[in-house]
Design a protein around this ligand. Structure first.
Ligand code: GLN
Length: 480
């Protein structure tokens, strides 16, 4: 039995029966990484000895006892580097504390193992913006794994991890899950604590699970979700047992199909797969109805104003004084004001990659006096309209189904010189973040491109705190 290929629930069973120990699982994952990750680049680093020392103490009776979970490089794990795949932090920032999701995972018995590659500070859709190294799609290494949680998706797809954590600000869990053929769940805003997640856009960011099966996503959600006094946006709402959603039928469930999500621009082969998935849901007893989310066309523009505005504020803390990389400014004296400005400029110019700089510039611009009303304030108003579109839709339906991404994984380099084309690929995922609702991507087959089978994802979008229904529908689909 190759432990690295197992799901969380299979590994739990193997521990229970005594076929495998947590140390066996870690060694087999480390072997798989040595064998495959050189071609994929899903991991930035891992520490087998540290993980083995945790495995010795693992209590396999706990819900995730002894289960290794790979962690996206922007979630703080005490004592480990938290680099955000950026040169400004990598190698020179060690987390002084655990993020709440990490404390929650540890309390459930899990072992955080490895830091996964990503777009720098989670800004991107292809992982090409990693400041450290490329990450490739395990289904075709000439293609992108998606982003920004590209590494977290790739390691699960390549069986170099059991499961992982990602973060989703505009699609960064669901889109790479779709491109790599794994399950990715973005929780409702506030369902999971953001304490210890390096902030990109604080009103949009959420951490969530990336797994081989829907059941595993439910198992991880049980550990991740819940209130947190350290994050004031975290909801004080009870956490259901999400594993109870597994195996329930979906007879009579009302699923809306937004006409704007099946409009022009979608790859015909991707559309075929998603439509076939919808037919399968109908065969399983769901009722589907066409709905409209009329403000969809404004979502990309709205997101790229709000997300960049928040990013420009959040990233101002990386100044070379408090965190990470510090530029060498030679003999200049640091209490001289001009030298201080030179120091900031040089540190940030050296530390940040081009996409991060673009976002900081855009965000600073939309917040600047004279432009604030025309851009930022207006975007906030459109955000409200987008949220209302969903509120109205959920008066008629329980869930929404749609594609995750208009195309399968594209070739590395294909869109990197055209940021706008890259941004437009987020069209089906970002509205959920703007509205604060939850979403999941579940594999729904593959399309063939140049002899390679590339995964396609089906997205379900749920009501606020509707994760239970998402998991129920996704599991019924996966099993059906
Ligand atoms: N692709 C989007 C962006 O580049 C979303 C990123 C994310 O969800 N972190 O901003």
């Amino acid at each position: 039995m190759n432990a690295a290929e197992l799901t969380i629930s299979q590994l739990k069973e193997a521990y229970r029966s005594g076929d495998l120990s947590p140390a066996d699982a870690l060694r087999s994952i480390a072997d798989a990484i040595d064998e495959k990750d050189g071609d994929i680049g899903g991991y930035l680093e891992y520490d087998l000895d540290l993980a083995l020392s945790m495995a010795e103490k693992a209590d396999i009776k706990l819900p995730l006892g002894g289960i290794p979970i790979a962690i996206k490089d922007l979630i703080n794990v005490k004592g480990q580097n938290c680099g955000c795949a950026s040169k400004i932090l990598t190698g020179n920032y060690n987390s002084p504390y655990d993020a709440t999701v990490i404390s929650n995972l540890r309390a459930a018995g899990a072992i955080p193992f490895g830091r996964t590659n990503m777009d720098e500070f989670a800004m991107g859709s292809s992982n090409e913006n990693s400041g450290i190294k490329k990450c490739r799609n395990p289904h075709d290494t000439d293609r992108i794994p998606g982003g920004s949680s590209g590494g977290s998706a790739a390691v699960v797809a390549a069986n170099t991890a059991i499961a992982s954590l990602g973060s989703d600000t505009g699609g960064s869990i669901r889109q790479p899950a779709s491109h790599c053929g794994v399950v990715g769940l973005k929780p409702t805003y506030g369902r999971v604590s953001r304490y210890g997640l390096v902030a990109f856009a604080s009103s949009l960011d959420q951490i969530g699970p990336m797994t081989k099966t829907v059941e595993d996503a439910a198992l991880l959600m049980n550990a991740l979700a819940g209130p947190d006094i350290r994050d004031s946006t975290c909801l004080d709402e009870p956490v259901p047992d999400y594993t109870k959603a597994i195996g329930q039928d979906i007879k009579g469930l009302k699923i809306g199909l937004p006409k704007e999500y099946f409009a022009k621009g979608i790859d015909p082969e991707v559309e075929k797969k998603v439509r076939a998935a919808v037919q399968k849901l109908e065969a399983l007893g769901a009722e589907t109805v066409e709905i409209s989310l009329p403000n969809t066309e404004h979502a990309v523009a709205t997101y790229y104003i709000i997300a960049t505005a928040e990013a420009s504020a959040n990233l101002s803390r990386f100044d070379g004084v408090r965190y990470g990389h510090r530029a060498d400014i030679g003999d200049a004296v640091s209490d001289d004001e001009a030298a201080l400005i030179t120091h900031y400029k040089k540190t940030r110019a050296e530390g940040f990659g081009p996409e991060v700089k673009r976002r900081i510039l855009l965000g600073t611009y939309v917040l600047s006096s004279g432009y604030y009303d025309a851009y930022y304030l207006r975007a906030q108003k459109v955000r409200t309209l987008i949220r209302e579109d969903f509120t109205k839709a959920y008066e008629k339906v329980d869930l929404i189904a749609s594609p995750v991404s208009p195309t399968p994984a594209f070739k590395i380099g294909e869109k990197s010189s055209d940021p706008l084309a890259m941004y437009l690929a987020d069209i089906y995922t970002i509205s959920a973040n703007l509205a604060g609702i939850c979403g999941i991507s579940v594999p729904c087959g593959t399309v063939s491109e140049q002899g390679k089978d590339l995964p396609v994802g089906l997205q379900f979008l749920g009501k606020p705190l509707g994760e239970f229904d998402l998991l129920k529908a996704a599991h019924a689909y996966e099993a059906g």
